[in-house]
Design a protein around this ligand. Structure first.
Ligand SMILES: Cc1cc2nc3c(=O)[nH]c(=O)nc-3n(C[C@H](O)[C@H](O)[C@H](O)COP(=O)(O)OP(=O)(O)OC[C@H]3O[C@@H](n4cnc5c(N)ncnc54)[C@H](O)[C@@H]3O)c2cc1C
Length: 396
């Protein structure tokens, strides 16, 4: 039987249909964040590698409503769903600055969620509301010089003293630590109580005894500031306790799930942007009389990268859909974080290879993606810890 016009199906590689988790409103939001990041942030990306990005970015994004997309309206947020936070994590990539994206994510998706979930009304008014406006900057202190992956090994102590608590200890690698107004601080309040011996505190960074010791130099994420902090006899009132006394470990494990999924979304979008930039290069750069993208070896590199990025994207979206619908899919979040971080690093590395010597040069920006993305296999839980969480979830 002869084929009719209707029965001849041709592949439509240009189709840009949105994923089922996103609505038209999400797509409009996507456009407005992308346009803002492209026009107002990206032109400064190089400069901020040297100076770190200015605090005014928080205020500007607060004015635009971008710091409270999924936060309750009663505290100045937009009251959107979790997907709107994913859209921000994806589109802020248009700023071309991993360090900036990380500093913002600490504000919106690391330090703020525990305040909104476990905080008192007063704490939400004092810290979350101005943070959504970009008028206050937040940071989160889990890691210490002697304990990172092993959160239960932290030594920072908070001891009751009458109506107050007195805190002593040290935190390191703290993003936003030099500029923050307050820290969500993980402490040990009862060393004999195991996982029930931890408590979170909201410690104003101008409290006597809080010392911003060192601005740490690092491989990538140069636009962010990273601090070594000391706490020496820092006295805070009982109202500084965030959540339940003794339940800080569980509170922070909950916080890490949202942070990991947002981080995974950032990895997918970072990998996608690097892929697109490199595709353009491969279509322009010629060797041996043809565009390098026309060599089968290079074409297959793109095919491999695209397949990896797509698999990571689907994991992130489907896991976000479960998270948004009230599930607590720790195994899948760990898988998405592990996979997306690996994919981002592999893609950035392959993009340098496809660029050849240009990939090694600062002006093409690919080496920066490679350096910035590398953090994702370490921060918010290393690959090895993700593998352990996944493995243990099968009862091993
Ligand atoms: C740029 C940057 C920004 C950061 N920002 C923050 C922040 O804002 N707030 C904050 O609190 N922290 C922050 N961190 C800290 C980060 O979360 C930790 O570095 C990370 O959790 C790993 O901890 P660690 O560095 O102590 O490594 P370690 O725990 O010492 O691990 C060293 C190695 O041992 C492996 N390992 C450890 N335990 C196991 C195990 N059980 N099984 C197998 N392997 C294991 C690890 O996977 C890793 O390969 C930041 C880090 C960086 C680099």
């Amino acid at each position: 039987m002869a084929a009719t016009a209707e029965s001849v199906l041709k592949p439509d590689f240009k189709s840009q249909r949105k994923h089922f988790i996103f609505t038209d409103e999400h797509e409009q939001l996507r456009e407005s964040i992308r346009s803002f990041a492209t026009k107002e942030l990206a032109p400064h990306a190089e400069e901020w590698e040297e100076t770190t990005f200015p605090d005014s970015v928080f205020r500007r994004m607060g004015e635009l409503g971008f710091l409270g997309l999924d936060k309750p309206e009663q505290y100045g947020g937009q009251g959107g769903d979790y997907y709107s936070a994913l859209v921000l994590a994806e589109e802020i990539g248009a700023a071309n600055s991993g360090g900036l994206a990380m500093g913002l994510a600490v504000q919106t998706d690391m330090a703020m969620p525990p305040i909104l979930k476990f905080g008192t009304e007063e704490q939400k008014r004092e810290w979350a509301e101005p943070a959504i406006k970009g008028e206050k900057i937040l940071c989160l202190g889990i890691t210490e010089p002697d304990a990172g992956s092993d959160v239960s090994g932290i030594k920072t102590r908070a001891v009751r003293d009458g109506e107050d608590w007195v805190i002593n200890g040290s935190k390191t690698y703290i993003t936003n630590g030099h500029r923050a107004d307050v820290i969500v601080l993980v402490t040990k309040t009862d060393p004999d109580a195991g996982y029930d011996g931890f408590t979170l505190f909201l410690v104003p960074m101008d409290s006597p005894g809080v010392i911003r010791e060192k601005r740490l130099k690092k491989l990538g994420m140069h636009a962010s500031d990273t601090a070594l902090l000391a706490f020496q006899d820092v006295r805070v009132p009982d109202t500084a306790v965030l959540g339940a006394v003794g339940k800080g470990f569980y509170h922070i494990m909950w916080e890490l799930q949202g942070e990991r999924l947002i981080g995974a979304a950032g990895c997918v979008s970072g990998a996608q942007r690097c892929f697109e930039k490199t595709l353009q290069y491969a279509n322009e750069r010629k060797a041996f009389g043809r565009e390098i993208g026309k060599f089968q070896v290079i074409r297959h590199k793109f095919a491999e990268m695209a397949t990896k990025i797509e698999s990571a994207r689907q994991m992130v979206y489907v896991t976000a859909w479960r998270f948004n619908n009230g599930e607590y899919p720790v195994r899948e979040i760990s898988m998405a974080k592990l996979h997306a971080a690996r994919v981002a690093c592999e893609v950035a590395d392959e993009c340098i290879q496809i660029h050849g010597g240009a990939g090694y040069m600062v002006e093409y920006g690919v080496e920066r993606v490679w350096r910035d993305m590398r953090l994702n296999r370490i921060g918010a839980g290393t690959d090895e810890i993700m593998l352990d969480v996944i493995g243990r979830s099968y009862g091993l």
